[in-house]
Design a binder for this molecule. Structure first.
Ligand code: ATP
Ligand code: MG
Length: 248
């Protein structure tokens, strides 16, 4: 079953004519992990923002469907309710909102009736244990003074609580030490099963040793110029993007 289907997607920055995505085709099914690699400025983060409905970008042509629903017609909240989830490359801080409150609000936004507090506490504690997050983190303000690694773990904690259908992880590995990387990978692997697909944006092979991708794509200058299996990531790690740049 094809879940997320992107066809010939073109997008530009909302207040300029600069086209960044220049015809993306990608299909991600549940149970699959698609790694997207590519040089700085090639459009990887733009693709994730466009998929989540960031108002700073405008789709100029093409289509995106999720389980047959036209995603581009929906606002960011509705996309999230549909089961799409984005981990940001640069998470932001929200002083005054505790981690626990933030997570509970996020969980409730995806339910018809609010989650009961004991059930929420249990789910949060289980997710924190899985990700080896200090339980004290739940009463701290969101991302306020968090280290880079703590922010990333919190995102995976959010993923574990929301159980999305499709997760987009934008450079979740940047700034993680090797232990944290393994823990984050464990969290992702735990949730990508028959019920979840993932797009993992990364510059480095090393996260892909832990989160094994089923597909690897090379994005250059707003287009996917090559797709393959996990071996492609190793090849890129050794040879870089130079040979692909010539194809653009
Ligand atoms: N809001 C914006 N305003 C101006 N330029 C933008 C904006 N968003 C993206 N761009 C430009 O679009 C191009 C693609 O950016 P994007 O962030 O998608 O790249 P990336 O592949 O994620 O790069 P990196 O590997 O460095 O994270 C870059 O040239 C960037 O400067
Ligand atoms: Mg980026």
């Amino acid at each position: 079953m094809a879940d997320l289907v992107i066809r010939n997607l073109h997008a530009k920055i909302a207040d300029s004519d600069k086209e960044i995505l220049r015809g993306i085709d990608l299909t991600v099914s549940r149970g699959e992990i698609h790694a997207i690699m590519g040089p700085n400025g090639s459009g990887k983060s733009t693709l994730s923002h466009v998929l989540m409905g960031h108002p700073g970008y405008e789709v100029t042509s093409g289509e995106v469907t999720f389980d047959g629903t036209d995603v581009l017609e929906l606002g960011p909240d509705e996309r999230s309710k549909l089961g799409l989830f984005l981990c940001f490359q640069y998470p932001y801080a929200v002083p005054g909102v505790t981690v626990a409150n933030f997570l509970r609000t996020a969980v409730n936004a995806h339910r018809d009736t609010p989650i009961r507090i004991p059930e929420f506490r249990k789910q949060m504690a289980d997710a924190m244990d899985l990700l080896e997050v200090d339980r004290k983190m739940s009463s701290r303000y969101l991302n306020d003074g968090f280290s880079g690694g703590e922010k990333k773990r919190l995102e995976i904690l959010q993923l574990a609580m929301l159980k999305p259908q499709l997760a987009i992880l934008d450079e979740t590995d940047s700034g993680l030490d090797i232990d944290a990387l393994q823990i984050v990978a464990r969290g992702v692997n735990h949730h990508v099963g028959a019920d979840m697909g993932a797009i993992v944006i990364t510059h480095y092979q090393r996260i892909l040793d832990h989160i094994r991708p089923s597909h690897v794509h090379v994005l250059i200058d707003g287009r996917i110029v090559r797709s393959g299996g996990p071996e492609l990531a190793h090849e890129l790690d050794a040879a870089g993007y130079a040979s692909h740049m010539a194809e653009v």
